[in-house]
Write a protein that binds this ligand. Sequence first.
Ligand SMILES: Nc1ncnc2c1ncn2[C@@H]1O[C@H](COP(=O)(O)OC(=O)CCCC[C@@H]2CCSS2)[C@@H](O)[C@H]1O
Length: 332
Amino acid sequence: MKNRYLYISEVTDATHNLALEEYALTHFSEGTIILLWQNAKTIVVGRHQNTMEEINQKYVDDHKITVVRRMTGGGAVYHDLGNLNYSIITDNKGDETSQMKHLAAPLIDTLRQMGIDAEFSGRNDVVVDGKKVSGTAQRLYKNRILHHGCILFDADLSAVSHCLNVDQAKFKSKAVKSVKSRVANIVDFLDCKVSMEEFKGRLSDNLIASKNYQYLVLNETDYANISEIKISRYQNWNWNYGEAMATSIYNKVRYVGGKLEANVDVKEGKIARCKLLGDFMARCSVAEVERRLQGCRYVYEDIVEALNGCHLSDYFGQITKEEVVACICCRE
Ligand SMILES: Nc1ncnc2c1ncn2[C@@H]1O[C@H](COP(=O)(O)OC(=O)CCCC[C@@H]2CCSS2)[C@@H](O)[C@H]1O
């Protein structure tokens, strides 16, 4: 039997952990590597999603939640220290769908051993009582496969719904959309108290499934490479937000002076075109405001900056800068 390696990350920064996972997939060409990792408050969006369409940016900013794109497909999920992630990197044996089920089996086994009747749903989720407790995704790389999953053990479910609550009607794009599910924490199905550490131990026993494993030891070069991937990709706005499909956004707000409507086309995360309409009696042409926004990143702070020094009342009458920016950014 080929070697099995286990690595339990001590770091709770999602950008580090995703870089570690990518490094393990692309640099270790043999054996099975199992990673267990936890992130402090983070939203992880899928490879082919438009980040801005998936997250409630105001809630994310107010609650200091990290936002990062991963390299696998699927939808956006919320992580905190009550959520546990696992990654399995192994040889690709061909049929992706059956591998998906096979690779998620240790989680189902762990839950069943704890008296929870869990099952793998048709759409790559693990569910208990019809509620999703885990989402999974995978990606192929050369002759290897990465299968990973996030598990709601004792996470803040109100944060899950708040930060992923976005009015989809405001966006038109071909990006992959998340599939909203009813979610639950594993602790809610347990009769006795189990700590996260105990659960981690049980899951890793099932993932390793043999005594024949070693702890993966990383050296200085590995850490330097991981850090390089972390900085160039997972901490890079272009990857996390900019790498997006073109999207057209429509929003409107009412303010004391009337109604403002924003039609914004965003390409690669930047405003390609912005049209502002309303029933305001403009003293100056809004074209000047629209011009200022052209090329600006579709980011609240950048839009605020682009409008610095612009007397918005000259264009819209009685309106605050916050109201204009909130309209453009769909910030409630
Ligand atoms: N942490 C967590 N676990 C399970 N399900 C979640 C979680 N957070 C949100 N959700 C629910 O899943 C949907 C999105 O489901 P959807 O099916 O669209 O996407 C997924 O499941 C992707 C799973 C990715 C797993 C990776 C493993 C390591 S890094 S992230 C969301 O709208 C919520 O209803």
